[in-house]
Design a protein around this ligand. Structure first.
Ligand SMILES: Nc1ncnc2c1ncn2[C@@H]1O[C@H](COP(=O)(O)OP(=O)(O)OP(=O)(O)O)[C@@H](O)[C@H]1O
Ligand SMILES: [Mg+2]
Length: 432
């Protein structure tokens, strides 16, 4: 990021980590050196990146409130993981909300404006300057789409009222947050940020001595990222342990073929769930189910789609995934689908389902090490951040990849937002 003469213009600035799953905001001001994480929803410093458009109201609900409205089966449209749409063709296509064609700018925009407003309420001031987090790649292997995603996000922040907008890679921000508590010794660190939508990595020289340093370009050895994250882990767990209960793998038609897989894959993919609720999709699915051999199972699938319970099912899957970080076995209550229905998942099943995703994540980390021109044993410190780094098999792989390194896991869900505000101070304020 270029440091220029914007510093004297601002008394206050913020960092916003707009995440696929959770969003945080932190503020820095010119009066003191503290960084404050903003309570963005009640006392919570994280807000789920969700929105609920109520059918009978022009205003929207955000975060846990949106989730509760959806789970409470209020009339309206629930959306999550909208960060994943940036840079994709869906940005142009938009989606239908309450019968009206709506662009994603009109979905992400109010969410960003909502968290900006929370920061301004706390600061009791307008905040015009922001450092926004971004993944290393919004979209894999497509530089044009990546640039488009950043520019779309920039317009959205601008529309929300920010006048100065800069971007920083999310793992670099997490490194800055960690650096605040470091001593003067220089460490070669890798940051591993495994979030809901992407896994991002940075290799960087860190030291408490560098906090005041304005230009960190020379300290950053490599960045790499891949569009795999917790949403993908939810998908593989859903396909392994939940979808078989809804008929995946059962037989279909007179010739004894397998029931087509598409509805199960759609139901396991957050961004596809809403597409299953059109009249045509429901009609086609009902026709498929007529020829199903095991109707006890496939009628559950029909019920979930008819009653639009896809996001509730994904919430159960996500809960199971999170439980498996601290338990070998977990039981999900699916009585909202059928009385007494449960899904039992083991950590082994989950880890097996992750195989392909983990292989891609390891390849990306190895590419990052290669790009840095070092070998893995030169890394002295691994900083883990992002919810996905709580998964035991990911921690085990980290120890295998970097056997010599100290492993630090700070505040998984808020270190990026905190670090973005450190950057905002460096960039916009005089008090660094
Ligand atoms: N204890 C846990 N075990 C496993 N996964 C977890 C745990 N806690 C949270 N997660 C998962 O971490 C993900 C959210 O992490 P995080 O808040 O870091 O993502 P994000 O910053 O919103 O996403 P991104 O940075 O990719 O845009 C979700 O998929 C969530 O289910
Ligand atoms: Mg994140």
């Amino acid at each position: 990021m270029n440091i220029n003469n914007k510093k004297s213009l601002h008394e206050i600035a913020c960092g916003i980590d707009f995440g696929t799953s959770n969003t945080t905001v932190a503020i820095a001001n010119n009066l003191d050196t503290s960084i404050i994480l903003v309570p963005v929803e009640d006392h919570h410093v994280t807000i789920p990146s969700t929105i609920f458009f109520q059918s009978d109201s022009p205003s929207a609900l955000f975060g846990r409130q949106a989730l509760n409205a959806y789970i409470g089966r209020e009339e309206g449209r629930f959306m999550r993981s909208f960060k994943r749409v940036l840079g994709t063709s869906l940005m142009k296509e938009g989606t239908t909300i309450s019968g009206r064609q709506t662009q994603f700018e009109a979905i992400i925009g109010p969410f960003i404006a909502h968290v900006k407003n929370k920061a301004e309420l706390l600061a009791d001031k307008d905040i015009n300057a922001v450092v926004a987090g971004r993944p290393v790649h919004f979209v894999d292997g497509n530089d044009k789409a990546d640039l488009a995603a950043e520019s779309q996000l920039k317009s959205i922040f601008s529309e929300a009222g920010f006048k100065e907008i800069s971007f920083q890679y999310e793992p670099i921000a997490a490194a800055f947050a960690h650096e605040l508590a470091m001593g003067d010794k220089e460490r070669l660190a890798v940051v591993m940020d495994i979030g809901g939508g992407t896994s991002d990595f940075t290799i960087m020289r860190l030291s408490g001595r560098y906090i005041q340093k304005l230009d960190r370009k020379d300290d950053i050895l490599a960045n790499a990222g891949i569009r795999i994250g917790g949403n993908d882990f939810d998908r593989t767990l859903s396909l392994a342990c939940f979808m078989p209960l809804l008929g995946m793998g059962s037989l279909w038609g007179a010739k004894g073929l397998n029931f087509p897989l598409t509805p199960f894959f759609d139901l396991a993919e957050l961004s596809k769930i809403q597409c299953m609720y059109t009249r045509k999709y429901k009609r086609d699915l009902n026709a498929l189910i007529k020829q199903s051999t095991n109707k006890t199972l496939t009628q559950r699938l029909q019920f979930v789609v008819e009653e639009e319970l896809g996001h509730s099912l994904m919430a159960s899957v996500e809960d199971s995934k999170i439980n498996l970080s601290s338990n070998e076995q977990t039981l999900a209550d699916l009585s909202f689908i059928e009385t007494g229905l449960q899904s039992e998942c083991s950590r082994n099943q989950f880890e097996d389902s992750l195989y392909a995703n983990l292989a891609s994540i390891i390849d990306t980390i190895n590419a990052c090490v290669l790009q840095a021109g070092i070998t893995a044993d030169a890394i002295g410190l691994v900083i883990l951040t992002g919810g996905g780094t709580a998964i035991p098999v990911i921690q085990k792989l980290t120890r295998q990849l970097f056997p010599e390194a100290e492993i630090a896991d700070g505040n998984r869900l808020s270190s990026v937002g905190f670090g973005l505000a450190c950057d905002a101070r460096r960039y916009y304020l005089n008090s660094h």
